[in-house]
Design a protein. Structure first.
Length: 98
């Protein structure tokens, strides 16, 4: 855990715990939201090939996840950490934020 705390630039175990909680809540929420969104746009597992359905669903989860990560980070008082995390993650995809 010390290596992770050092890599992320955090000092306390409590902050690390909060960060793990935010990651968990964000992932679960994004996955829950993707279901109704795929239904809304007319994609159902029975109406399209399962591979296509899951590819589209995962692609839909990605933008929701990005927004929710910063939102839940803000709620839990870790906005700065998650904003920097987002900028780093998006820069790997070629998206630069200031």
């Amino acid at each position: 855990m010390e290596k992770l705390k050092q890599r992320w630039g955090i000092s306390s175990n409590f902050q690390l715990f909060i960060i793990f909680i935010v990651f968990g809540i964000t992932g679960s929420t994004a996955a829950k939201i993707a279901g109704p969104v795929t239904e809304f746009i007319g994609l159902h597992p029975d109406s399209v090939h399962p591979v296509l359905y899951w590819v589209v669903r995962i692609l839909l989860i990605f933008p929701f996840y990005q927004v929710l990560l910063v939102f839940f980070g803000w709620i839990f008082g870790q906005f700065e950490f998650f904003w920097n995390f987002e900028k780093k993650m998006l820069s790997r995809f070629g998206i630069k934020l200031k």
